[in-house]
Ligand binder design. Structure first.
Ligand SMILES: Cc1cn([C@H]2C[C@H](O)[C@@H](COP(=O)(O)OP(=O)(O)OP(=O)(O)O)O2)c(=O)[nH]c1=O
Length: 196
């Protein structure tokens, strides 16, 4: 029986967790993403926790015993403004126009809930990566949008895809930008003897 449950519908998060050799099941939380925090670091932590808690609440106590549930949330922040997933191509264009030619921050919140016997251990952290984007022409932005990559991604881009052409450099964890800081996840699982 798998001891790790990924509370995420994101194909990127699945790939990243699989990449480090963790066996896991997926349970998706259909919870509406409402938050009360005001700063990005706290918002992503709150949403990651919400996703993990929602999956935990929908499991029987016996079923979740000995298991860890992982939730995550990613946002792009430019000048203190949060850019989530674009609603459509127009919004994607506006976001990319703002992001090109300068730097921004990507925050991913991660929550790990470990049900060890009757006890619940929680790790809830936010990780920040600075991303520097080259200047883009409007034609390049339009061509990128036409590739279909932006629509399901925070900030309307995927560093792991065609947008790599426009990444000048990053400071911090690359995997955090893609949606899950996997070394943070691994180190927690290791501490709890759940990596094997
Ligand atoms: C910035 C960036 C984001 N993203 C993705 C990661 C996330 O899937 C998405 C941000 O949306 P999220 O709301 O964090 O996650 P999600 O709705 O895709 O999945 P779930 O809530 O079920 O876990 O943006 C990339 O794939 N590459 C990038 O470079």
């Amino acid at each position: 029986m798998k001891k790790v449950i990924l509370a995420s519908s994101s194909p990127r998060r699945r790939e990243l967790l699989a990449q480090i050799g963790i066996e896991f099941d997926v349970r998706v939380s259909e919870q509406e993403e409402i938050y009360y925090s005001t700063v990005p670091e706290e918002i992503v932590k709150e949403l990651a926790l919400l996703k993990a808690e929602h999956v935990a609440e929908n499991m029987q106590e016996e079923e979740r015993a000995g298991k860890v549930i992982i939730g995550a949330d990613t946002v792009v922040v430019q000048d203190g403004r949060i850019l989530g997933k674009p609603q459509g191509e127009k919004e994607a264009f506006r976001m990319l126009k703002e992001l090109q030619g300068r730097s921004h921050e990507v925050y991913t919140g991660t929550a790990l809930l470990y049900f060890e016997g009757k006890e619940k251990k929680t790790v809830n952290r936010a990780v920040k990566t600075n991303v520097y984007v080259h200047a883009m022409t409007e034609g390049e932005i339009q061509a990128y949008i036409a590739s279909g990559e932006p629509l399901d991604k925070a900030g309307a881009y995927g560093i792991q895809g065609k947008f790599a052409a426009f990444i000048e450099r990053i400071e911090g964890d690359y995997y955090n930008v893609v949606g899950l800081p996997v070394s943070l996840v691994y180190q927690c699982l290791k501490k709890w003897n759940l990596t094997g």
